[in-house]
Design a protein around this ligand. Structure first.
Ligand code: ZN
Length: 445
């Protein structure tokens, strides 16, 4: 089965798309409790789970390694962290929710009053039952995050404050998978894996990337080589970029995938140049699915590293409602119930549809260009005439009508207001019937 055939099977319902969404959600169940950060055991444990269904290669880069303007930090790991009252009850407990501890908190063993503790406590007064997510990667500090409602119930103390963490030389870990294709040119798909128990912001992107990788790896062949990167945000992608200068020229298209399981329509963020092939492919797919297309900005996820002027890689970003635009973002409310199998499933199919355009967009030449060819005698027209042409006939008429050797299928899809996949299928039927040929084969493309 080709990628095109796989896309058609999912679009037609021949393959159960929602079942794929449920598989992805189940994969997230296992990853959700793990305490990830930009380094440490949680990243390795996450990659171990991915390696059960995918040949992800694990790379470790020692702390202190220089990566352009950055240095790989010391590795952070947590044994325990809590705030306990005088009776020994844990009022705030990392073991109950890993968001309770500010990521990269330094070790602390102290007895403190609430007043002394307050500068180290983070809450969301507007969402009093949610735990915020905070990090202190690059300045040595510590803190706890808790619901505002819990803070209001705390008396002056004193409290036992324990942060049993280690920050010491180790490694930065990332995972990489290359699925070879007929062509050494590459499509890169990247998902960050540095967030602890947050579902939409990191696990949804990972789950979709894993499922796309599994699908591509199961195909007998692919046009492009696909490279999947599972790395901590910013420092992970910069470290990867610094170690792979020879790969970069081969990257023809790329997508950062993140935040694909929450509510809201799909949102595609263009590459910095905005006119790359992936921009055209993704804009088409996302717009056809009622989503939104936005211009580039140098903020967000790792697209800002890949698009940096020193690399200028053609990497866009696919999400749903972007970071910071939904109240659950970076809080305990971004949990497994916030992410729906149906949303994951649509995002997975949208990624495959974008790849389908990248692999199969083509300029064709109509081999019977003098008027409309007679489709009926070739078995391409329904034998019982109706009042309207069927969608399949219309798709063939659009392809024939615009196959002048210079108009691509994607351009025709835009004019026709139909899905690329429908025109791609029509073109295949017409080519099989001898009515169409790829323009490059006639030497006029
Ligand atoms: Zn985030």
């Amino acid at each position: 089965m080709s990628l095109a055939r796989q896309v058609d099977a999912l679009r037609s319902g021949e393959q159960d798309l929602l079942a794929v969404g449920e598989t992805m959600h189940a994969a997230m169940d296992r990853l959700y409790p793990i305490c990830r950060s930009i380094t440490g055991d949680g990243v390795r444990a996450t990659l171990d789970v991915l390696a059960e269904s995918l040949d992800v290669e694990r790379h470790g880069v020692p702390s202190g390694t220089q990566a352009f303007d950055w240095t790989v930090p010391d590795e952070w790991n947590v044994r325990d962290a809590y705030i306990a009252d005088r009776r020994g009850r844990r009022v705030v407990d990392f073991r109950r929710h890993n968001l309770h501890l500010v990521s990269y908190s330094v070790p602390v063993h102290a007895t403190m009053t609430l007043s002394e503790l307050l500068p180290h406590l983070h809450t969301l007064p507007d969402q009093p039952d949610w735990i915020p997510y905070r990090t202190t990667y690059y300045s040595r500090d510590w803190g706890f995050c808790l619901p505002e409602s819990r803070l209001r119930s705390m008396d002056e103390g004193p409290y036992d404050v324990v942060v049993d963490t280690t920050i010491e030389p180790g490694e930065l870990t990332y995972g990489e998978l290359v699925v070879p294709g007929d062509n050494p040119d590459e499509v890169m798909i990247s998902a960050h894996l540095c967030h602890p128990s947050l579902a939409n912001d990191n696990l949804a992107g990972i789950a979709v990337a894993v499922e796309v990788a599994r699908t591509l790896a199961a195909l007998p062949s692919r046009r492009y080589t696909y490279r999947f990167l599972f790395a901590p945000g910013t420092i992970g992608s910069i470290t990867w970029l610094s170690r792979n200068p020879r790969v970069l020229p081969r990257i023809r298209h790329g997508l950062v995938v993140t935040g694909l399981g929450g509510p809201g329509p799909l949102v595609y963020k263009r590459t910095r140049r905005g006119t790359r092939d992936v921009d055209g492919a993704a804009a088409h797919v996302v717009a056809r699915r009622g989503g939104e297309v936005r211009d580039y900005s140098p903020y967000g996820y790792d697209e800002r590293q890949f698009n940096a002027v020193g690399f200028d890689l053609p990497v866009g970003r696919l999400s749903r409602t972007p970071h910071g635009e939904y109240p659950e973002y970076h809080t305990s409310a971004d949990d497994l119930s916030f992410v729906k199998p149906a949303e994951l499933a649509e995002a997975y199919l949208a990624v495959l549809e974008i790849l389908d355009v990248l692999e199969n967009d083509e300029r064709y030449r109509n081999l019977s260009p003098h008027g409309e060819p007679q489709l009926g005698k070739r078995g391409l027209y329904p034998t019982t005439g109706g009042r309207q042409a069927t969608d399949a006939v219309m798709a063939m008429l659009w392809v024939l009508g615009y196959s002048d050797g210079s108009t691509s299928l994607l351009d025709t899809a835009a004019v026709a207001g139909v899905d690329f996949a429908d025109l791609r299928r029509a073109a295949a039927r017409l080519e099989a019937a001898g009515l169409l040929t790829a323009a490059r084969q006639t030497g006029t493309g």
